[in-house]
Design a binder for this molecule. Structure first.
Ligand code: GDR
Length: 336
């Protein structure tokens, strides 16, 4: 039986990835942090059942801890997803963000190197890179050769993690690769990311549970895909003969306004009646437009996204409209 370890398994991607791997017969282990913040995406309670995933409370600030875990479970594949992944929050807690991403990734790489040296067993590593490393890109769409221009403490940390992964591959021959994933969403997305914040609010406004939705920059454009599609790439990248860094994207870009139109429109609502701008959500440096070209992933992995923008929005709105109706049913009636 193949054994996989997912760091940060309690997030959206860990949830879809663990389901994906279990369906392929893997024994799936996951690390969870006892210090994870409320801004992290939701636990995967609704997906892979806890009995099918073996969880290990591992502090990624303690490298020895991780090496001991590798020796115990002997994974062939490691998916390093753990991070502080909220871009806006990274401006408020840059040091913790760097600790989690920079040192967390380095510890994973070092743990693998020392484990391989001692046991002679090969391990493959997927490193969750991000389109945020392009920040203010000189070209659109971006490819694997587009220069990086990170625009947040989060993105700067991700640039370090990217190059450290490349460095371990080149210096020590590690099978390690970076998936440069553009924004990927789903009904399991954390509620502080803009898409889920919008679909949650649309459902609650429709159900009469909420009146206003406070947002920041509505002109930002992102290449939004479906997280369930993207975890397949993580796995495919580790099944190749040689490790490669790949851009994973849909090639379509939409603004936050477009997302509002689609989400509120699906429930016959006009978002202009509910949305107010709160400058508190503006970022000190904003990433205005990201759009990826995943042609190389298509050639190398034979992958292309299955879920388009409209379907993604519908999927999220339907889920959150249902949640809001359940929430409304649980509320005491005004007369009781
Ligand atoms: P992003 O995702 O920063 O692209 O990073 P997010 O959904 O947070 O923001 C997208 C855009 O929407 C604008 N925006 C708001 N964002 C949030 N969160 N809340 C708001 O109220 C709001 N109003 C407007 C933002 O300014 C931004 O321009 C995500 C994360 O998952 C990263 O971890 C990952 O690496 C990248 O995607 C790829």
């Amino acid at each position: 039986m193949r054994v996989a370890l997912i760091t940060g398994i309690s997030g959206q991607d860990g949830s879809y990835l663990s389901e994906f791997l279990i369906a392929r017969g893997y024994e799936v282990h996951g690390t969870i942090s006892s210090t994870s913040r409320s801004t992290e995406p939701q636990p995967h309670a609704k997906s892979a059942s806890p009995s099918e995933v073996i969880l290990h409370p591992v502090d990624l600030t303690d490298g020895g801890n991780l090496t001991a875990l590798l020796e115990r479970i002997a994974p062939q594949e490691i998916y390093h997803l753990a991070a502080q992944s909220d871009v806006r929050l990274s401006f408020e807690i840059p040091v913790q963000t760097a600790n989690a991403i920079v040192m967390g990734t380095l510890r994973v790489l070092e743990a693998i190197r020392s484990y391989q040296r001692r046991t002679g067993r090969a391990v493959r590593l997927y490193q969750a890179s991000s389109s945020e490393i392009f920040g203010l890109p000189p070209e659109t769409p971006q490819t694997e050769t587009t220069p990086f221009h990170p625009r947040s403490p989060y993105a700067c940390a991700k640039v370090f993690a990217y190059w450290q992964t490349v460095n371990y591959r080149e210096a020590y021959g590690l099978f390690a690769c970076n998936g440069i994933l553009y924004n990927h969403e789903s009904p399991r997305r954390g509620e502080l990311y803009v898409t889920r914040k919008i679909t949650r609010a649309a459902g609650r406004i429709k159900a009469g549970l909420q009146k206003k939705l406070f947002l920041g920059q509505l002109d930002s454009r992102r290449d939004w895909g479906f997280a369930g599609d993207y975890v397949e790439c993580m796995w495919l990248m580790l099944q190749q003969e040689t490790p490669r860094d790949l851009v994973i994207a849909t090639g379509q870009t939409h603004s936050v306004r477009d997302f509002l139109d689609a989400a509120f429109g699906y429930l016959d609502l006009d978002w202009r009646e509910s949305v107010e701008i709160d400058p508190g959500y503006f970022r000190p440096a904003e990433v205005g437009l990201l759009c990826g070209n995943a042609e190389l992933a298509r050639q190398v992995l034979g992958w292309s996204p299955k879920v388009d923008f409209q379907t993604l929005v519908q999927m999220m709105v339907e889920n959150d409209w249902q949640l809001a109706r359940e929430e409304a049913l649980c509320l005491p009636s005004p007369t009781s």
